[in-house]
Design a binder for this molecule. Structure first.
Ligand code: SF4
Ligand code: SF4
Length: 139
């Protein structure tokens, strides 16, 4: 899969040192609907309402502020609900596309707060919104 072949992402040493500052902000999302359903629903296609009913059991919620429904990890005041003391509680294979695609940068660690790590345009929130919008039109 494309995102696992990226050399720059999954820089675990740097991320361990950082402690997940990205995760302490907003959770990443699954930009690719097909990948999401393959991971959590054996590739089954669900309507928005069917998905809404299934998400709480997975610890996920449905984001809709952009006008398009997209599943995402639950958020807490401390950031993503899946950030544990040992890091992300998802397996690497399950993690949201944005989390896997984020390119770690040592510049993030050089400042007190915020994240300077780079998210490729293909994994932006807007790219995800467009892909989910297309997906829902086909269900
Ligand atoms: S903020 Fe950057 S360096 Fe820190 S965990 Fe996230 S991707 Fe890694
Ligand atoms: S899903 Fe995992 S990697 Fe992504 S924001 Fe949450 S804790 Fe971080």
């Amino acid at each position: 899969m494309e995102i696992f072949e990226k050399r720059d992402s999954l820089d675990l040493v740097l991320c361990r040192e950082c402690g997940g500052r990205c995760c302490q902000g907003s959770p990443g999302i699954w930009v690719d609907p097909e990948r999401f359903f393959a991971l959590f629903f054996q590739g089954q296609r669900l309507t928005v309402e069917q998905l809404r009913g299934q998400l709480p059991a997975l610890g996920l919620v449905l984001w809709g502020n952009s006008g398009v429904s997209m599943p995402a990890p639950r958020s807490l005041a401390s950031g993503c609900a899946f950030l544990g003391i040992d890091g992300c509680q998802f397996t690497v294979a399950q993690r949201p596309c944005q989390c896997l695609a984020l390119i770690p940068s040592r510049a993030t660690l050089a400042q007190q707060q915020g994240c300077l790590c780079r998210l490729p345009e293909a994994y932006s929130r807007d790219a995800g919104r467009q892909r989910w919008q297309q997906y829902w039109q086909t269900v």
